[in-house]
Write a protein that binds this ligand. Structure first.
Ligand SMILES: NC(=O)C1=CN([C@@H]2O[C@H](COP(=O)(O)OP(=O)(O)OC[C@H]3O[C@@H](n4cnc5c(N)ncnc54)[C@H](O)[C@@H]3O)[C@@H](O)[C@H]2O)[C@H](O)CC1
Ligand SMILES: [K+]
Length: 495
C-alpha cells in the first residue's frame, strides 16, 4: 500500500485536467481563480506588513490570479499598482478577463522602470505559470532581469515566471522568488532543481478542486513524505524477535573499511534483527575489532564468499560501499544477484559495470535497489532529460528500483512510479552519507518493507536525521541520529 495522492506532483497538463474536472463537477472556473488570487493575497498579508505592491500580470490565467490578488489587497487597504505585459489585457470571455474587469483602477504597461515605485515594497509575479510556452523575451525578459538585479522581494503565483512546471528547468531566464503560492498540488518544477531554489518556500493553497479528481489523472509522481509509505513501515512488533526482523549481509572491502561499517551500522539502526559484515580475510581483524553487535564473517575466495550467501535467512544484501571498481566487485555483485533476494547496489557495485550495463540489467530485478549518484548513474545509464525522466527511464530499462541521489533525490520504480525527496539538508553532502543510506534501505528491506517503499522511507529518515544534527555533520553522526528520526516518524499519524 503506497499513497501517491496526498503529495502528488501534477504536471502543468495534469493540473489543467484537474481544473477542467473541477469545473465539470460544478465549481465555476472564475471561482477557482478567485480562490487562487485570494490565497495569494492572504499569504502575503500573513508574511509582510502593509507596503506598496506591484502586480505584474501576463495575458493568461496566471495573470488572472494576479488581478484577483490585486483586488483583495487593495480592498484591504494596501497600495497596489497593476501592470500588464505589453499593455495587453486577457482575451475576452475568459475567467482572467472577468477578473481583470473587476479591477476598476488603471492598468499600466509593465516596465522595469515601475520597480522604482516598489523599492520598499513587493512584486507579485503573475506573468506566466503553468502555461509558460517559450523563453520570456522583450518586456518580460527585461523586467525579469531588472527585478532579479534588485533586492525587491517577489511572491510568485503558481511558479516563478520562466520556470518550467514540468521539470523545474529555466526557460531562458526566470525570476528568483522569496515565496511561491501554488494551487491544489505542487508540480515537479517546485521540487526539482533549479526550479525549487527559485521558488523559495512553496505554499500549496486549496482552491476548491476536490481530491476526487486525482485517481483519474495522477498517481505516478509524488513528493516524498511519510504519507506515501508510513502505512507499510515495519515497526517492531511486541511478539517479534531478532529472526523475525530479518538479517542483512553487508559486503566489506579490503581497504576502504569505513564504508561497509557505516552501511552495516545503519542497517542495524534501521531495524534489521541481525547484521553480518562479510570481510575479506586480510581485513577481518579491522572489522571485527570495530564492530560489536554486528557479526563479522571472513571469506578468502569466491567459494567461501558463496557459502556466506547460502543461508537463506540472510534476506538482504548490501554490495558496493568501499569495494573498489574491479572485476572482483562485479563478480561479487553477480553472485549476490544470482540469489534473487533483496539487495542494495551502491557505489562501486554500479561503477564496476561501466561499459557493460547489459550484464547488470540482466541480473537485477524489482527486488534490487540501485543507489547511484550522478557520476555512477552516467557510467551505466545512457539516458537524457530531467532528473525525474532519467531516473524513471533507468528503472524501466534496468528493471530495478533506482534511487538517483542529489539534493533532489528521485526514487523510481520500474512500473513508472517516481518519488522526489525534498527534506535533505545541504549538510548531507559529505563522505559516507551514501553508505549510511544504502544500509538504512537494507535495514528496512530486511524487515520485509517492499524495496521501493524502503528506499523512499530510508531517504526521508536520512534527511530527517541530518536535519536533527544541523551544520558540522559527518556521516558517523547520522548513525546516532537514526533513532531520533524514527521517533519523529513515530509521531506522524498514519493515514
Ligand atoms: N487549478 C489550476 O491550476 C488553476 C490555475 N490557475 C492559474 O492558471 C495558470 C495557468 O494558466 P494558463 O492560461 O494556462 O497559462 P499562463 O497564464 O501561465 O500563460 C499562458 C499565456 O501566456 C502566454 N505565454 C506563455 N509563455 C510566454 C512567453 N514566454 N512570453 C510571452 N507570452 C507567453 C501564452 O501565449 C498565454 O497567453 C496557472 O499557472 C495558475 O496560476 C487558475 O487561476 C486557478 C486554477
Ligand atoms: K508566475
Amino acid at each position: 500500500m503506497i499513497n501517491m495522492f496526498s503529495t502528488a506532483l501534477l504536471t502543468p497538463q495534469e493540473m489543467g485536467q484537474a481544473d477542467k474536472a473541477a469545473i465539470a463537477s460544478g465549481v465555476p472556473g472564475a471561482a477557482l481563480m478567485d480562490n487562487a488570487g485570494r490565497a495569494v493575497a492572504r499569504e502575503i498579508v500573513r508574511r509582510w506588513s502593509r507596503r506598496p505592491v506591484l502586480v505584474a500580470c501576463g495575458p493568461g490565467n496566471n495573470g488572472g490570479d494576479g488581478y484577483v490578488a490585486a483586488r483583495y489587497l487593495a480592498d484591504w487597504g494596501w497600495p497596489v499598482t497593476v501592470a500588464s505585459l505589453e499593455g495587453r489585457m486577457p482575451s475576452e470571455q475568459t475567467d482572467a478577463a472577468h477578473h481583470a474587469g473587476l479591477w476598476r483602477r488603471p492598468v499600466v504597461r509593465l516596465s522595469a522602470a515601475l520597480l522604482d515605485t516598489v523599492r520598499e515594497g513587493l512584486v507579485i509575479d503573475a506573468l506566466f505559470g503553468a502555461g509558460l510556452a517559450r523563453p520570456p523575451s522583450g518586456d518580460a525578459a527585461a523586467f525579469i532581469q531588472a527585478l532579479n538585479d534588485s533586492d525587491i522581494p517577489v511572491c510568485a503565483v503558481d511558479l516563478p515566471s520562466g520556470v518550467n512546471g514540468e521539470d523545474g528547468a529555466v526557460l531562458g531566464a526566470a525570476l528568483q522568488a522569496q515565496l511561491t503560492i501554488t494551487f491544489f498540488r505542487k508540480k515537479p518544477g517546485h521540487v526539482l532543481f533549479p526550479g525549487r531554489a527559485l521558488c523559495g518556500p512553496t505554499v500549496v493553497a486549496q482552491i476548491g478542486i476536490p481530491d476526487t479528481v486525482l485517481p483519474g489523472l495522477a498517481g505516478h509522481t509524488a513528493e516524498n513524505s511519510p504519507d506515501v509509505w508510513s502505512a507499510t513501515f515495519p515497526w517492531p512488533q511486541l511478539t517479534g524477535h531478532k529472526y523475525s526482523r530479518g538479517h542483512a549481509l553487508v559486503v566489506g572491502g579490503n581497504r576502504m573499511t569505513g564504508a561497509a561499517r557505516l552501511a552495516a551500522r545503519a542497517a542495524a539502526r534501521a531495524g534489521a534483527g541481525l547484521v553480518t559484515l562479510a570481510a575479506p580475510e586480510p581485513a577481518w581483524p579491522v572489522y571485527a575489532t570495530a564492530l560489536e553487535s554486528i557479526m563479522v564473517e571472513g571469506f578468502c575466495d569466491e567459494y567461501s564468499f558463496e557459502s556466506l550467501l547460502a543461508d537463506t535467512r540472510k534476506n538482504v544484501f548490501v554490495v558496493g560501499p568501499g569495494l573498489g571498481v574491479s572485476e572482483t566487485t562485479q563478480n561479487q555483485t553477480l553472485q549476490i544477484l544470482a540469489k534473487q533476494r533483496a539487495c542494495v547496489l551502491d557505489a562501486d557495485a554500479i561503477s564496476s559495470f561501466s561499459g557493460q550495463p547489459e550484464r547488470l540489467f540482466a541480473a537485477v530485478s524489482e527486488k534490487s535497489v540501485l543507489t547511484p549518484h550522478e557520476g555512477e548513474f552516467a557510467r551505466v545509464f545512457n539516458v537524457s532529460g530531467s532528473k525525474l525522466e532519467r531516473a524513471r527511464m533507468a528503472a524501466r530499462t534496468s528493471g530495478a528500483v533506482v534511487l538517483l541521489k542529489g539534493a533532489d533525490t528521485v526514487i523510481a520504480h520500474p512500473d513508472g512510479r517516481a518519488i522526489v525527496n525534498t527534506n535533505a539538508p545541504p549538510d548531507l553532502a559529505t563522505g559516507g552519507a551514501g553508505d549510511v543510506l544504502a544500509g538504512m534501505i537494507a535495514g528496512l528491506m530486511a524487515q520485509g518493507m517492499p524495496p521501493f517503499n524502503a528506499a523512499c522511507a530510508a531517504c526521508w529518515l536520512h534527511g530527517e536525521a541530518a536535519r536533527q544534527h544541523g551544520p558540522g555533520l559527518v556521516a558517523d553522526d547520522l548513525i546516532h541520529l537514526i533513532p531520533a528520526a524514527l521517533k519523529v516518524l513515530r509521531r506522524v499519524p498514519v493515514n
